[in-house]
Design a protein around this ligand. Structure first.
Ligand SMILES: CC(C)(COP(=O)(O)OP(=O)(O)OC[C@H]1O[C@@H](n2cnc3c(N)ncnc32)[C@H](O)[C@@H]1OP(=O)(O)O)[C@@H](O)C(=O)NCCC(=O)NCCS
Length: 361
């Protein structure tokens, strides 16, 4: 693997023997994030002990073994940073690809980046991100981007800014219904509504492409049977799994106007968080398909959000996260008004950009 020495600092692939140090780092990270409006970290020592065992198990096979091929094992990357021989930072990454078009990049999603408070400002955070970028490039090629989610109340935003990241998506947290006008009905989509949904979905893909999110396939020129089948299969799968787990929702919601026309679709997901979080329900509208240029469709999207909020409250969630493209006017509309706060941003940068910015002369 690529190992970088920079004064007294060092980054390397994780080792089984790092598990104890990593447990402390994870606790520092998730307690910090909890304080910044992220998901609530557990306060129970037993939960953290259980999480420690989980980490131990995850890393056991790496015990004393350096991975010669790099920081990634399969899709998972894990790097630690040392200062004066002590593990003081870490980051994990998940390598994925959201499509099959030759030009669609691989995405290395950063997770749990932390440098312990006392060791910050030594370039270790940047070094960790650099190691992931280099490892991902080795694994998946030049056409790879690095992405990260940063809480809105986190100054780490400027850290990513310096590494060349730009904002792709916004996530807002709503706790109250959105104000909207008009009469709409919202219901979970049925398989026989797949054709209508594919029209909304196709238009959403075209918009997303025009807005410049590089992570996805370019939309096909027309709606094909493939997309309709994909959507129908998704609905059938969600139907089959409904009610199998407490707190779990996977629901394509379709919003119809007074005349029965489908004006918006929202994909709703929720689940109960496991250790090291408090056992709360995390609920998110992961995608809104509605035309922001059409005032009625925007109202339909807001009506759909109200319905989604009711559904997630019924399974125990206290807030609903809403993810939209950063430049989507619907996202801006969601983010304004009572009972809403900025939750986080999804950022991304090509590996070349990250490597250029983190290379010291
Ligand atoms: C974000 C974090 C990993 C940065 O680690 P670090 O080792 O201090 O970062 P570096 O020393 O490599 O800093 C790299 C650059 O970002 C800047 N930077 C780092 N943290 C910053 C902050 N909080 N605010 C503004 N700029 C910051 C540095 O000044 C430096 O700029 P330079 O290259 O022009 O000198 C660290 O602050 C941290 O662990 N925070 C708590 C957990 C967290 O928020 N993680 C991010 C999850 S998304």
């Amino acid at each position: 693997m690529a190992v970088k020495a920079l004064r007294r600092t060092w980054a390397r692939a994780v080792d089984g023997r790092d598990a104890r140090a990593l447990l402390h780092l994870h606790r520092e990270l998730w307690v910090d994030h909890d304080g910044r409006g992220g998901m609530p970290a557990s306060e129970e020592d037993e939960v953290w002990a259980a999480y420690g065992i989980l980490l131990d198990r995850q890393l056991a096979h790496r015990d004393g073994r350096r991975n010669p091929k790099g920081v990634f094992e399969g899709k998972l990357g894990h790097v630690v940073a040392e200062l004066e021989g002590r593990v003081v930072g870490q980051v994990e990454a998940y390598l994925d690809r959201f499509g099959y078009h030759a030009r669609t990049p691989s995405v290395a999603e950063l997770r749990s980046l932390i440098v312990t408070q006392a060791a910050r400002g030594n370039g270790l955070g940047a070094l960790l991100v650099r190691e992931v970028a280099e490892g991902a490039r080795t694994r998946a090629g030049e056409n790879t981007i690095v992405s990260a989610e940063v809480l809105a109340r986190n100054e780490a935003l400027s850290f990513y800014d310096r590494l060349g990241f730009r904002t792709l998506e916004r996530i807002s947290a709503i706790t109250e219904p959105r104000e909207h006008h008009g009469a709409f009905t919202t219901a979970p989509a049925r398989v026989d509504e797949a054709m209508e949904l594919s029209i909304l979905d196709h238009q959403a893909r075209v918009r997303r492409h025009a807005w410049g999110d590089p992570r996805f396939d370019p939309p096909s020129p027309a709606i094909g049977g493939d997309l309709v089948r994909l959507i129908a299969d998704g609905i059938a799968l969600d139907d089959a799994q409904r009610g199998t787990e407490a707190g779990r929702l996977r629901e394509e919601l379709i919003v119809r106007d007074r005349r029965g026309r489908a004006r918006a679709a929202l994909y709703l997901v929720s689940s109960v968080l496991g250790p090291p979080f408090a056992p709360v329900v995390r609920a998110e509208v992961a995608r809104i398909a509605a035309d922001p240029e059409d005032p009625e469709a925007v109202e339909a999207a807001m009506a759909g959000l109200d319905d989604a909020l009711e559904r997630v409250r019924a399974v125990g969630a206290t807030q609903l996260l809403v993810r939209t493209a950063y430049v989507d006017p619907i996202g801006a509309r969601v983010a304004t008004g009572e009972g809403v706060r900025a939750f986080s941003w999804i950022l991304a940068a090509p590996v070349q950009t990250v490597l250029r910015r983190t290379t010291k002369p």
